[in-house]
Design a binder for this molecule. Structure first.
Ligand code: NCD
Ligand code: ZN
Ligand code: ZN
Length: 432
């Protein structure tokens, strides 16, 4: 069995540095270990050791748009970003609304072997919003799909949403909702507010999100199904979730926020650079601040990247025809470090909670988001909290280069990632 020694690391950024010895897939010893007989020694230098990150919301674009991303390039970006599990959204071409596609994505993930790739199944056939997909078949396929989402589109018909919550409940599944009332966002190009008005961009009003979130909380409560709210973007949504979760009969409702909604606002739109175009749109300072507070106090459960790579021709064009979406996997930890850790809103235990433990729990992954302790699976991310680096999209592993953080100097860097004891990334290089 291969033995890897992480030399002088601080689990959760707490206490004096310790040595972590990994044998095969498992952490076998934490303390002062003999270094001599390890096959590989990773020099920890007192850096922060966290459980490997889990991303509930990634777009890998395979099948169909392999010019924007593939399971392979997305897995590389994930490993470099500290991730040990990602959920690949179903809005591919063809749509992942059946077991053939979800098994293909799952198998590709296993072949690449850098990160656990869990395909998300579509809720409705072709993301059409009209007919439930064969959720049970996907659940019982080799990919064991548990998370279902029409992401990119909202399951806007309340009866379909009700049925999806009821049906997934029967096998312990989860519906992840892209909350957007389509009647309120027809033609929308930006957050509805002063900036959009000044720039002449059609508005995406906050209630388009909030009305669906409120409705879906009620439906989840009524059916006993599990609801996960994707990319929460407004202060109002945070308030609805806070109220709903304070109720005794809140049931299973969870929510995620993206790094870009924690940091960026619609002030960036004045250049009309489509790199800032995303769904839901970048909102106001007050929204971003409310989201940071909601993440800190647990109202919003976790960070999910909504990593959405696009080919150059879909982004280097005029605003209205550009596709929405931003890269996220390799910058998430740095944005969380800047917005949550440097601001004092979260300590590293808190980061472990929002980037690993909660998302693993929400998705029902048993081997991820585990404590850093002897006998536990060695899914780990080693983070240098002091390192500063400048984002260069051309240097990221993704095929698409649409990072809104281009040129930004950010704190916090992933030094190494381990998937079940295998080093998958180290010092900015992928290991295969
Ligand atoms: N976030 C985006 O702006 N785009 C996503 C879809 C989505 O997450 O809604 C995409 O697939 O490109
Ligand atoms: Zn979405
Ligand atoms: Zn998405």
């Amino acid at each position: 069995m291969t033995r890897v020694l992480l030399n002088g690391v601080r689990p959760y950024g707490e206490g004096e540095p310790v040595d972590v010895l990994i044998e095969g897939e498992t952490i076998v010893e934490i303390g002062a270990s003999p270094q001599a007989d390890a096959d590989e020694i990773v020099d920890g230098g007192g850096k922060v050791l966290l459980p490997g990150f889990v991303d509930l919301h990634t777009h890998l674009r395979e099948p169909g748009r392999e010019d924007a991303e593939t399971v392979e390039t997305g897995s590389m970006a994930a490993a470099l970003g500290g991730y040990t599990a990602v959920f690949a959204m179903a809005n591919t071409d063809p749509v992942a609304d059946n077991a053939v596609i979800t098994e293909h994505v799952w198998r590709r993930g296993r072949e690449v072997g850098l990160v656990d790739v869990h395909p998300v199944g579509a809720v409705t056939v072709g993301l059409g919003g009209e007919k439930l997909a064969e959720l049970g078949t996907m659940r019982h396929s080799a990919a064991e799909v548990r998370v279902f989402s029409d992401d990119g589109k909202c399951v806007h018909d309340p009866l379909i949403m009700r049925r999806a919550l009821e049906y997934t409940r029967s096998f312990g599944g989860l519906v992840a909702q892209h909350a957007e009332e389509p009647r309120l966002t027809a033609g929308a190009q930006a957050h509805e507010g002063d900036n959009a008005a000044r720039l002449g961009l059609a508005g995406w009003p906050a209630p388009a999100e909030e009305s669906i979130v409120a409705r879906d909380c009620l439906l989840a409560g009524h059916t006993g199904g599990s609801l996960h709210v994707c990319h929460v973007s407004t202060e109002g949504t945070a308030e609805i979730l806070r109220w709903w979760k304070s109720r005794e009969a809140a049931g299973q409702v969870s929510a995620e926020v993206t790094p870009h909604h924690l940091l960026l606002t619609d002030e960036r739109l004045s250049t009309y650079d489509p790199v800032n175009k995303v769904n839901p749109p970048l909102r106001t300072d007050a929204d971003a601040e409310a989201l940071r507070r909601a993440l800190a106090d647990g109202t919003v459960d976790c960070v999910a990247t909504d990593h959405a790579p696009h080919a150059a021709q879909d982004k280097d064009c005029e605003w209205s025809t550009a596709k929405p979406g931003m890269l996220g996997l390799q910058t998430a930890l740095a944005i969380v470090t800047r917005t949550m850790v440097r601001s004092g809103l979260l300590d590293w235990r808190g980061v472990a909670r929002v980037m690993s433990e909660r998302p693993a729990e929400i998705a029902g992954l048993t081997g991820q988001g585990r404590p850093i302790a002897e006998g536990e699976p060695a899914n780990l991310a080693l983070v240098d909290p002091e390192a500063e680096w400048t984002v260069r999209a051309a240097e990221l592993a993704s095929l698409g280069q649409n990072s809104p953080f281009e040129g930004m100097r950010l704190p916090g860097r992933v030094v190494a990632t381990l998937l079940r004891g295998q080093v998958t990334a180290h010092e900015g290089k992928v290991r295969r």
